[in-house]
Design a protein around this ligand. Structure first.
Ligand code: ADP
Ligand code: MG
Length: 210
């Protein structure tokens, strides 16, 4: 079976970019309800720049692809989510050691831990962590149980989508939405929605790998 190499990671980023572009208005609509209506446009701009950067400087190892994406997102996304997504990819790059399912699960877990450390949020605070955390748990569990990377990422994508949906009733305790207090309840968190797209993109782009 083919490995999770630089081309596979670049395909993951391209698929994330495609989904963000497709969902840009929906992400912005979610951010309009509890933030400042820029999440879709911020992320669409940043992911498009990341794909352009990858095209300009093709990398031959997967960690270098992740690092290029991280640096581009930090430079171009802005807002709270730019540095946080940048941290996710940077930590994932640093932790990637191998090209199989276990390596992918460990890299994604390291990315998640980096977002926790950088943003000082916890699960239940109504942030991207509420989609990324359950995805990490599902991925780790499935890989440890010996399931294929395709199955593991499928389970992770389902967990991320469920985590995204579960943010709706929560009161935000971090980020701009927290300024609304109780009024933030009743809306899905935009960062949780984009994080679910990131995991969904991995499930699509890395199917058959690892
Ligand atoms: P901004 O709020 O600066 O406009 P964005 O709209 O791009 O930035 O992103 C908002 C998203 O960032 C939120 O929906 C939330 O998921 C995420 N977020 C904000 N603060 C944190 C944090 N401290 N930890 C994790 N995620 C956060
Ligand atoms: Mg915003």
């Amino acid at each position: 079976m083919s490995a999770v190499d630089a081309a596979a990671v670049a395909a993951w980023v391209r698929e994330f970019t495609r989904l963000v572009h497709e969902q840009r208005d929906e992400l912005t609509r979610l951010d309009a309800a509890i933030g400042d209506a820029d999440h879709g446009t911020n992320l669409d701009r940043g992911t498009a720049a990341a794909v352009a950067a990858l095209g300009a400087r093709p990398a031959d190892d997967a960690a270098a692809v992740l690092t290029t994406v991280a640096m581009t997102l930090i430079k171009t996304v802005g807002g709270a989510s730019g540095p946080l997504y940048g941290t996710f990819f940077l930590r994932a790059a640093g932790a990637l050691d191998g090209d199989d399912g276990r390596a992918v699960a460990a890299a994604v877990r390291a990315g998640y831990d980096g977002v926790v450390a950088r943003g000082r949020a916890e699960r239940g605070d109504k942030t991207m962590l509420d989609a990324l955390g359950p995805a990490c748990d599902a991925l780790d569990g499935a890989v440890a149980a010996g399931r294929s990377l395709e199955e593991a990422l499928g389970a992770a994508a389902e967990a991320a989508a469920a985590g995204r949906d579960a943010t709706a009733p929560l009161v935000a305790r971090k980020g701009r939405a927290s300024y609304l207090g109780e009024r933030s309840a009743g809306h899905v968190d935009p960062g949780a929605a984009s994080a679910a797209l990131l995991v969904q993109a991995a499930a699509t782009a890395l199917a058959g790998r690892g």
